[in-house]
Design a protein around this ligand. Structure first.
Ligand code: NAD
Length: 266
């Protein structure tokens, strides 16, 4: 007999990511939308979340809080909102997948504290290909070392609130660890002088409806290596977040990463 579908709550359910998650979940037989949460003043509060997502009635109302029993929750909202939601999940022992980006260091520490009480997987990027890009970036930075000038360029849609993207910051951190330096510079302007060795440049472009592009440039004397990922839509992120929800349900409380998921699922 097939197992009961996993009951999933989506926080930020009326947002770009929330809507696509609900659409993809409607096609999955092992997952069921059990709760859809968004901000208290959202104009569509009280409407059926399936109708908000354009997949027809699902019998779950868009609500301002989580009251239904669920097995796992997925958050794509804002840093401040996700902290309150993480506390609710910790109080109710609900596994939590966090995709929100743009945390201040203090907010990030608070979020991670809840992982002492529940299984929690936080990732600035749920795409498998982007996580491979992260591994390739570490390898390239290690091999090219000081010979290369490393610059990271990201592009996102005009509605994105944080810059640079969480993924660009993670790529910079990975490259910095690999070369043993941490001297990040965010854009350049004016008489900045010659580029210091070991500096890592991070640059954020905001254009149209771009769902996300990241390029890591390794510039050497006489040649250049570029590692690039381009999202064509949000599906890679959403499918990865759903995989993370499946992976997390029933695991012991601790902080998990995409590496744990990729190592477990190949
Ligand atoms: P969005 O603005 O379209 O959606 C955010 C949703 O959160 C909105 O519906 C908004 O009403 C809701 N919200 C705001 N305040 C709230 C509150 N107090 N309580 C409950 N809900 C609240 O944004 P988006 O494009 O869907 O992105 C959401 C987040 O996910 C961003 O931080 C973005 O950078 C991140 N993101 C991560 C990945 C990844 O793979 N990890 C991919 C894409 C986007």
């Amino acid at each position: 007999m097939p197992a009961d579908p996993l009951r999933v709550a989506v926080h930020g359910a009326a947002g770009r990511m929330g809507i696509r998650l609900i659409q993809l979940m409607a096609e999955a037989s092992d997952l069921v939308l059990a709760a859809a949460v968004d901000r208290g003043d959202h104009p569509r509060l009280g409407e059926d979340a399936g109708e908000v997502a354009g997949v027809g009635r699902l019998g779950v109302r868009l609500a301002a809080g989580l009251t239904e029993p669920v097995d796992v929750a997925i958050d794509f909202s804002t840093p401040a909102a996700s902290l309150g939601f993480a506390e609710t999940c910790a109080d109710r022992s609900i596994a939590l997948v966090v995709g929100t980006t743009g945390y201040e260091p203090e907010q990030r520490r608070t979020l991670e504290m809840y992982a002492a009480r529940i299984p929690m997987l936080i990732s600035a990027n749920f795409s498998r290909a982007v996580n491979l890009l992260m591994r390739l970036t570490a390898e390239a930075a290690r091999i090219l070392g000081d010979a290369a000038d490393i610059e990271i360029v990201e592009r996102h849609h005009r509605f994105k609130k944080d810059a640079p993207s969480g993924t660009a910051l993670r790529l910079a951190e990975i490259a910095a660890q690999a070369i043993g330096r941490e001297q990040l510079v965010y854009g350049r302007r004016g008489q900045v002088g010659e580029r210091p060795r070991g500096e890592i440049g991070v640059h954020a472009l905001r254009t149209g409806d771009n769902p996300g592009e990241h390029t890591v440039v390794f510039g050497l004397m006489g040649e250049c290596l570029e590692l690039s990922h381009r999202a064509l839509n949000r599906d890679g992120f959403c499918r990865g977040a759903l995989e993370a929800a499946r992976f997390l349900a029933g695991r012991p409380a601790r902080l998990y990463t995409m590496d744990d998921l990729l190592d477990a699922t190949g």
